[in-house]
Design a protein around this ligand. Structure first.
Ligand SMILES: [Zn+2]
Length: 388
Protein backbone atom coordinates (compact mmCIF):
# COMPACT_ATOMS: atom_id res chain seq x y z
CA UNK A 1 0.00 0.00 0.00
CA UNK A 2 2.72 2.40 0.95
CA UNK A 3 4.63 1.54 -2.21
CA UNK A 4 1.74 2.62 -4.49
CA UNK A 5 1.33 5.92 -2.71
CA UNK A 6 4.92 6.73 -3.63
CA UNK A 7 4.65 5.71 -7.30
CA UNK A 8 1.73 7.99 -8.19
CA UNK A 9 3.41 11.33 -7.39
CA UNK A 10 6.65 10.04 -8.93
CA UNK A 11 4.85 9.45 -12.20
CA UNK A 12 3.42 12.95 -12.00
CA UNK A 13 6.91 14.41 -11.74
CA UNK A 14 8.10 12.31 -14.68
CA UNK A 15 5.18 13.52 -16.81
CA UNK A 16 5.94 17.17 -15.95
CA UNK A 17 9.65 16.70 -16.55
CA UNK A 18 9.22 15.23 -20.02
CA UNK A 19 6.86 17.93 -21.18
CA UNK A 20 3.76 15.88 -20.63
CA UNK A 21 4.65 12.59 -22.26
CA UNK A 22 5.74 9.55 -20.35
CA UNK A 23 6.70 7.86 -23.62
CA UNK A 24 9.06 10.69 -24.42
CA UNK A 25 10.46 10.63 -20.88
CA UNK A 26 11.46 7.00 -21.34
CA UNK A 27 12.44 6.99 -25.02
CA UNK A 28 14.24 10.39 -25.36
CA UNK A 29 17.81 9.61 -26.44
CA UNK A 30 18.54 12.99 -28.03
CA UNK A 31 20.94 15.25 -26.18
CA UNK A 32 19.88 18.88 -25.82
CA UNK A 33 21.08 21.36 -28.40
CA UNK A 34 23.40 23.86 -26.76
CA UNK A 35 25.18 26.64 -28.63
CA UNK A 36 27.25 29.69 -27.75
CA UNK A 37 27.37 32.18 -30.62
CA UNK A 38 29.10 35.52 -31.03
CA UNK A 39 26.32 38.07 -31.63
CA UNK A 40 28.52 40.98 -32.75
CA UNK A 41 29.35 44.23 -30.93
CA UNK A 42 30.76 42.37 -27.94
CA UNK A 43 27.67 40.22 -27.42
CA UNK A 44 27.28 36.49 -26.90
CA UNK A 45 24.14 34.40 -27.37
CA UNK A 46 23.39 31.20 -25.43
CA UNK A 47 20.86 28.95 -27.12
CA UNK A 48 19.43 25.76 -25.58
CA UNK A 49 16.78 23.61 -27.18
CA UNK A 50 15.29 20.45 -25.76
CA UNK A 51 11.83 18.90 -25.44
CA UNK A 52 12.09 18.80 -21.64
CA UNK A 53 13.34 21.19 -18.95
CA UNK A 54 17.10 21.14 -18.51
CA UNK A 55 19.60 21.42 -15.72
CA UNK A 56 22.59 23.51 -16.65
CA UNK A 57 26.01 24.25 -15.28
CA UNK A 58 28.02 27.20 -16.55
CA UNK A 59 31.66 27.72 -15.79
CA UNK A 60 33.37 31.01 -16.54
CA UNK A 61 37.15 30.83 -16.26
CA UNK A 62 38.96 34.16 -16.43
CA UNK A 63 41.73 36.27 -14.94
CA UNK A 64 40.16 36.24 -11.48
CA UNK A 65 39.43 32.49 -11.31
CA UNK A 66 36.39 30.35 -12.01
CA UNK A 67 32.78 31.28 -11.48
CA UNK A 68 30.26 28.42 -11.55
CA UNK A 69 26.51 28.69 -11.77
CA UNK A 70 23.93 25.92 -11.82
CA UNK A 71 20.21 25.96 -12.30
CA UNK A 72 17.14 24.70 -14.12
CA UNK A 73 15.59 26.21 -17.19
CA UNK A 74 12.83 25.43 -19.63
CA UNK A 75 13.85 23.43 -22.70
CA UNK A 76 14.02 26.55 -24.87
CA UNK A 77 16.46 29.25 -23.87
CA UNK A 78 17.89 32.09 -25.92
CA UNK A 79 19.77 34.74 -24.02
CA UNK A 80 22.19 37.38 -25.25
CA UNK A 81 24.85 38.77 -22.95
CA UNK A 82 26.64 42.06 -23.34
CA UNK A 83 30.13 40.89 -22.43
CA UNK A 84 31.40 44.43 -21.89
CA UNK A 85 28.66 45.18 -19.35
CA UNK A 86 28.90 41.92 -17.42
CA UNK A 87 31.08 43.52 -14.73
CA UNK A 88 34.13 41.50 -15.77
CA UNK A 89 37.70 42.74 -15.60
CA UNK A 90 39.74 42.88 -18.83
CA UNK A 91 41.26 39.62 -20.02
CA UNK A 92 40.67 36.30 -21.73
CA UNK A 93 37.76 34.13 -20.62
CA UNK A 94 36.39 30.69 -21.39
CA UNK A 95 32.70 30.09 -20.90
CA UNK A 96 31.62 26.44 -20.78
CA UNK A 97 27.99 25.36 -20.60
CA UNK A 98 26.86 21.83 -19.73
CA UNK A 99 23.21 20.94 -20.17
CA UNK A 100 21.41 17.78 -19.01
CA UNK A 101 17.83 17.12 -19.98
CA UNK A 102 15.22 15.74 -17.59
CA UNK A 103 14.53 12.51 -19.45
CA UNK A 104 15.10 9.09 -17.93
CA UNK A 105 18.48 8.82 -19.72
CA UNK A 106 19.73 12.27 -18.57
CA UNK A 107 21.05 13.12 -22.06
CA UNK A 108 23.82 15.68 -21.81
CA UNK A 109 25.56 18.18 -24.11
CA UNK A 110 28.38 20.64 -23.63
CA UNK A 111 29.87 23.60 -25.44
CA UNK A 112 32.53 26.17 -24.70
CA UNK A 113 33.73 29.43 -26.15
CA UNK A 114 36.59 31.78 -25.55
CA UNK A 115 36.25 35.55 -25.60
CA UNK A 116 38.13 38.65 -24.66
CA UNK A 117 36.89 41.45 -22.46
CA UNK A 118 38.41 44.70 -23.71
CA UNK A 119 37.36 47.85 -21.90
CA UNK A 120 40.08 50.09 -23.35
CA UNK A 121 39.03 52.51 -26.09
CA UNK A 122 41.25 52.61 -29.19
CA UNK A 123 43.98 55.22 -29.14
CA UNK A 124 44.22 57.35 -32.28
CA UNK A 125 47.32 58.81 -33.83
CA UNK A 126 46.66 61.76 -36.12
CA UNK A 127 49.03 63.40 -38.57
CA UNK A 128 47.77 66.71 -39.85
CA UNK A 129 49.27 70.04 -40.80
CA UNK A 130 49.26 72.69 -38.08
CA UNK A 131 48.01 75.38 -40.45
CA UNK A 132 46.33 75.75 -43.84
CA UNK A 133 45.31 78.55 -46.16
CA UNK A 134 41.72 78.88 -47.45
CA UNK A 135 41.19 76.79 -50.58
CA UNK A 136 43.21 73.86 -49.20
CA UNK A 137 42.20 70.27 -48.86
CA UNK A 138 42.48 69.46 -45.17
CA UNK A 139 44.01 65.99 -45.05
CA UNK A 140 44.73 64.04 -41.89
CA UNK A 141 46.11 60.51 -41.70
CA UNK A 142 44.65 58.54 -38.81
CA UNK A 143 45.91 55.27 -37.37
CA UNK A 144 44.68 53.34 -34.35
CA UNK A 145 46.51 50.97 -32.00
CA UNK A 146 43.93 48.23 -32.71
CA UNK A 147 41.38 47.29 -35.37
CA UNK A 148 38.61 49.85 -35.50
CA UNK A 149 35.39 50.29 -37.41
CA UNK A 150 32.76 53.03 -37.45
CA UNK A 151 35.33 55.78 -37.81
CA UNK A 152 34.09 59.29 -38.46
CA UNK A 153 35.10 62.88 -37.99
CA UNK A 154 33.54 66.20 -37.14
CA UNK A 155 35.00 69.43 -38.43
CA UNK A 156 33.23 72.57 -37.21
CA UNK A 157 30.16 70.40 -36.40
CA UNK A 158 30.03 68.96 -39.94
CA UNK A 159 30.32 65.20 -40.05
CA UNK A 160 32.74 63.52 -42.48
CA UNK A 161 33.25 59.86 -43.31
CA UNK A 162 36.87 58.79 -43.40
CA UNK A 163 38.56 57.10 -46.35
CA UNK A 164 40.23 53.75 -45.57
CA UNK A 165 43.86 54.15 -46.57
CA UNK A 166 46.55 51.47 -46.12
CA UNK A 167 46.74 50.67 -42.38
CA UNK A 168 44.52 53.57 -41.37
CA UNK A 169 42.08 56.21 -42.49
CA UNK A 170 42.24 59.60 -44.10
CA UNK A 171 40.06 62.57 -43.22
CA UNK A 172 39.58 64.82 -46.23
CA UNK A 173 37.69 68.09 -45.96
CA UNK A 174 37.78 71.23 -48.07
CA UNK A 175 38.65 74.56 -46.43
CA UNK A 176 36.60 77.05 -48.50
CA UNK A 177 38.32 80.05 -50.08
CA UNK A 178 35.88 82.20 -48.11
CA UNK A 179 37.00 80.67 -44.77
CA UNK A 180 37.92 83.24 -42.13
CA UNK A 181 41.26 82.79 -40.33
CA UNK A 182 41.18 81.01 -36.99
CA UNK A 183 41.22 77.52 -35.49
CA UNK A 184 39.00 74.75 -36.87
CA UNK A 185 38.03 72.13 -34.28
CA UNK A 186 38.38 68.50 -35.29
CA UNK A 187 36.90 65.53 -33.42
CA UNK A 188 37.58 61.97 -34.49
CA UNK A 189 35.63 58.96 -33.28
CA UNK A 190 36.68 55.32 -33.68
CA UNK A 191 35.01 52.25 -32.24
CA UNK A 192 36.71 48.88 -31.74
CA UNK A 193 35.15 45.45 -32.23
CA UNK A 194 34.08 45.35 -28.56
CA UNK A 195 32.24 48.64 -28.83
CA UNK A 196 34.75 50.91 -27.02
CA UNK A 197 34.90 54.34 -28.62
CA UNK A 198 38.03 56.44 -28.64
CA UNK A 199 37.81 60.18 -29.29
CA UNK A 200 40.61 62.45 -30.46
CA UNK A 201 40.27 66.21 -30.35
CA UNK A 202 42.48 68.76 -31.97
CA UNK A 203 42.50 71.81 -34.17
CA UNK A 204 44.01 73.11 -37.35
CA UNK A 205 44.69 76.81 -37.84
CA UNK A 206 43.37 78.52 -40.98
CA UNK A 207 45.70 81.39 -41.80
CA UNK A 208 45.02 84.20 -44.26
CA UNK A 209 46.54 84.11 -47.71
CA UNK A 210 47.55 87.74 -48.19
CA UNK A 211 48.35 87.99 -51.87
CA UNK A 212 47.89 91.22 -53.78
CA UNK A 213 45.10 91.73 -56.28
CA UNK A 214 46.04 90.92 -59.87
CA UNK A 215 44.68 93.18 -62.62
CA UNK A 216 43.68 91.45 -65.86
CA UNK A 217 42.91 93.36 -69.04
CA UNK A 218 40.81 91.55 -71.57
CA UNK A 219 40.68 92.47 -75.25
CA UNK A 220 37.24 93.54 -76.59
CA UNK A 221 36.34 90.11 -78.05
CA UNK A 222 36.46 88.01 -74.85
CA UNK A 223 35.35 91.03 -72.78
CA UNK A 224 31.99 90.95 -74.58
CA UNK A 225 31.33 87.71 -72.67
CA UNK A 226 31.16 89.80 -69.48
CA UNK A 227 28.58 92.24 -70.91
CA UNK A 228 25.09 92.31 -69.32
CA UNK A 229 23.58 90.94 -72.57
CA UNK A 230 25.58 87.74 -72.08
CA UNK A 231 24.35 87.27 -68.47
CA UNK A 232 21.80 84.56 -69.32
CA UNK A 233 24.33 82.53 -71.31
CA UNK A 234 26.83 82.86 -68.42
CA UNK A 235 24.18 81.76 -65.90
CA UNK A 236 23.25 78.70 -67.97
CA UNK A 237 26.90 77.76 -68.39
CA UNK A 238 27.62 78.08 -64.66
CA UNK A 239 24.58 75.99 -63.85
CA UNK A 240 25.71 73.26 -66.24
CA UNK A 241 29.25 73.35 -64.83
CA UNK A 242 28.28 73.43 -61.14
CA UNK A 243 25.73 70.65 -61.48
CA UNK A 244 28.41 68.39 -63.00
CA UNK A 245 30.52 68.68 -59.82
CA UNK A 246 27.97 67.40 -57.32
CA UNK A 247 27.68 63.62 -57.05
CA UNK A 248 30.01 61.73 -54.70
CA UNK A 249 30.98 58.49 -56.45
CA UNK A 250 33.40 55.69 -55.47
CA UNK A 251 37.09 56.55 -55.40
CA UNK A 252 38.88 56.32 -58.77
CA UNK A 253 42.18 57.97 -57.86
CA UNK A 254 44.80 55.57 -56.55
CA UNK A 255 47.71 57.84 -55.75
CA UNK A 256 49.26 61.22 -56.47
CA UNK A 257 48.04 63.29 -59.44
CA UNK A 258 50.11 64.25 -62.49
CA UNK A 259 50.46 67.76 -63.90
CA UNK A 260 48.00 67.79 -66.83
CA UNK A 261 50.38 69.81 -69.03
CA UNK A 262 54.15 69.58 -69.19
CA UNK A 263 55.62 73.02 -69.73
CA UNK A 264 58.75 74.91 -68.89
CA UNK A 265 56.92 78.23 -68.95
CA UNK A 266 56.17 80.07 -65.76
CA UNK A 267 52.72 79.71 -64.21
CA UNK A 268 50.74 82.80 -65.18
CA UNK A 269 48.16 82.81 -62.40
CA UNK A 270 47.93 80.52 -59.45
CA UNK A 271 44.96 79.14 -57.61
CA UNK A 272 43.29 81.37 -55.04
CA UNK A 273 44.86 84.62 -56.22
CA UNK A 274 42.52 87.61 -56.17
CA UNK A 275 42.00 89.46 -59.40
CA UNK A 276 39.92 92.03 -61.20
CA UNK A 277 39.02 91.84 -64.87
CA UNK A 278 39.00 95.18 -66.74
CA UNK A 279 38.68 97.01 -63.41
CA UNK A 280 35.61 95.01 -62.32
CA UNK A 281 34.97 93.51 -58.88
CA UNK A 282 37.65 91.50 -57.06
CA UNK A 283 37.14 87.75 -57.18
CA UNK A 284 39.16 84.64 -56.53
CA UNK A 285 40.89 82.89 -59.36
CA UNK A 286 39.58 79.35 -58.86
CA UNK A 287 42.10 77.53 -61.03
CA UNK A 288 45.72 77.15 -61.76
CA UNK A 289 46.78 78.66 -65.11
CA UNK A 290 49.46 76.85 -67.10
CA UNK A 291 50.58 78.74 -70.24
CA UNK A 292 51.48 76.47 -73.17
CA UNK A 293 51.29 76.66 -76.97
CA UNK A 294 47.97 75.90 -78.68
CA UNK A 295 47.77 72.15 -79.34
CA UNK A 296 49.88 71.06 -76.34
CA UNK A 297 48.40 67.75 -75.12
CA UNK A 298 46.49 67.75 -71.83
CA UNK A 299 46.56 64.46 -69.89
CA UNK A 300 44.22 63.15 -67.22
CA UNK A 301 46.12 63.69 -63.94
CA UNK A 302 44.36 60.70 -62.36
CA UNK A 303 41.82 58.05 -63.42
CA UNK A 304 38.40 59.61 -63.94
CA UNK A 305 35.02 59.59 -65.59
CA UNK A 306 34.36 62.31 -68.19
CA UNK A 307 31.20 64.03 -66.93
CA UNK A 308 31.39 67.05 -69.23
CA UNK A 309 33.17 67.61 -72.56
CA UNK A 310 31.77 70.46 -74.63
CA UNK A 311 32.28 74.00 -75.94
CA UNK A 312 30.74 76.71 -73.74
CA UNK A 313 30.94 80.54 -74.05
CA UNK A 314 33.12 81.54 -71.04
CA UNK A 315 35.10 78.41 -70.16
CA UNK A 316 35.59 77.60 -73.85
CA UNK A 317 36.54 74.00 -74.61
CA UNK A 318 35.56 72.46 -71.26
CA UNK A 319 36.17 68.99 -69.82
CA UNK A 320 35.24 67.84 -66.32
CA UNK A 321 36.57 64.61 -64.79
CA UNK A 322 35.03 62.87 -61.77
CA UNK A 323 37.81 61.22 -59.72
CA UNK A 324 35.47 59.92 -57.03
CA UNK A 325 34.78 60.73 -53.37
CA UNK A 326 33.64 64.20 -54.42
CA UNK A 327 36.91 65.19 -56.12
CA UNK A 328 36.54 66.71 -59.62
CA UNK A 329 38.99 68.36 -61.99
CA UNK A 330 38.15 70.69 -64.87
CA UNK A 331 40.02 71.93 -67.96
CA UNK A 332 39.09 75.28 -69.55
CA UNK A 333 39.86 77.06 -72.84
CA UNK A 334 40.90 73.92 -74.78
CA UNK A 335 41.33 74.08 -78.54
CA UNK A 336 40.35 70.42 -78.95
CA UNK A 337 38.35 68.01 -76.80
CA UNK A 338 39.58 64.43 -77.30
CA UNK A 339 37.22 62.54 -74.95
CA UNK A 340 33.49 62.12 -74.72
CA UNK A 341 31.05 62.41 -71.86
CA UNK A 342 30.58 59.05 -70.15
CA UNK A 343 34.07 57.83 -71.03
CA UNK A 344 36.45 56.45 -68.36
CA UNK A 345 39.99 57.77 -68.72
CA UNK A 346 43.23 56.39 -67.34
CA UNK A 347 45.93 58.39 -65.60
CA UNK A 348 48.16 60.00 -68.25
CA UNK A 349 45.63 59.56 -71.08
CA UNK A 350 45.41 62.54 -73.45
CA UNK A 351 42.01 64.22 -72.99
CA UNK A 352 42.42 67.43 -75.03
CA UNK A 353 44.67 70.21 -76.26
CA UNK A 354 45.62 73.60 -74.85
CA UNK A 355 43.85 76.57 -76.47
CA UNK A 356 42.54 80.04 -75.81
CA UNK A 357 38.82 79.55 -76.33
CA UNK A 358 36.23 81.34 -74.20
CA UNK A 359 37.18 84.10 -71.75
CA UNK A 360 40.96 83.89 -72.18
CA UNK A 361 43.81 86.30 -72.86
CA UNK A 362 46.14 83.80 -74.49
CA UNK A 363 46.87 80.07 -74.89
CA UNK A 364 46.88 78.39 -71.47
CA UNK A 365 45.21 75.63 -69.55
CA UNK A 366 43.04 76.78 -66.68
CA UNK A 367 43.01 73.76 -64.37
CA UNK A 368 40.41 73.71 -61.65
CA UNK A 369 39.70 71.21 -58.93
CA UNK A 370 36.73 70.98 -56.60
CA UNK A 371 36.30 68.81 -53.56
CA UNK A 372 32.78 68.39 -52.14
CA UNK A 373 31.79 71.34 -54.36
CA UNK A 374 34.44 73.71 -52.92
CA UNK A 375 37.27 74.91 -55.17
CA UNK A 376 40.59 73.56 -53.86
CA UNK A 377 44.19 74.01 -54.96
CA UNK A 378 44.97 71.25 -57.50
CA UNK A 379 48.72 71.46 -56.80
CA UNK A 380 48.12 69.97 -53.36
CA UNK A 381 47.34 66.67 -55.14
CA UNK A 382 50.30 66.69 -57.57
CA UNK A 383 53.36 64.51 -56.94
CA UNK A 384 52.14 63.38 -53.53
CA UNK A 385 48.79 63.05 -51.83
CA UNK A 386 47.75 65.86 -49.48
CA UNK A 387 48.39 63.80 -46.32
CA UNK A 388 51.74 62.41 -47.43
ZN1 LIG B 1 42.52 80.65 -65.08
Amino acid sequence: MLRWLWVVPALGVALWASGGSLVRYVSDATPPLVELLPAGHGRLTLRINDTSPVHFRTSLVGPTGERVETGTASGRVERTFQIQRAGLVEGRYTLAVQVVDSSWRRNAARTAMGFVVDLTPPRLQVHLPSQLVPGSTLAALITANEAVNAVWAELDQVRYQLVPWEEGYVLLAPIPLSATPGPRQIRLHATDAQGNTGVWEGAVEVVSDSRSVQDITLPPGPAALLAPEAAEARRQESELYNSSLGPVTPRRWQGPFLMPVTTDREISSSFGSRRTINGGPVHFHLGHDIPAPVGTPIVAPAPGLVVLARQVPVRGGLTVLDHGLGLYSAYFHQSALLVQEGQEVAIGQVIGQVGSTGLSTGPHLHWEMTFLEEPVNPLQWVGRLPWE
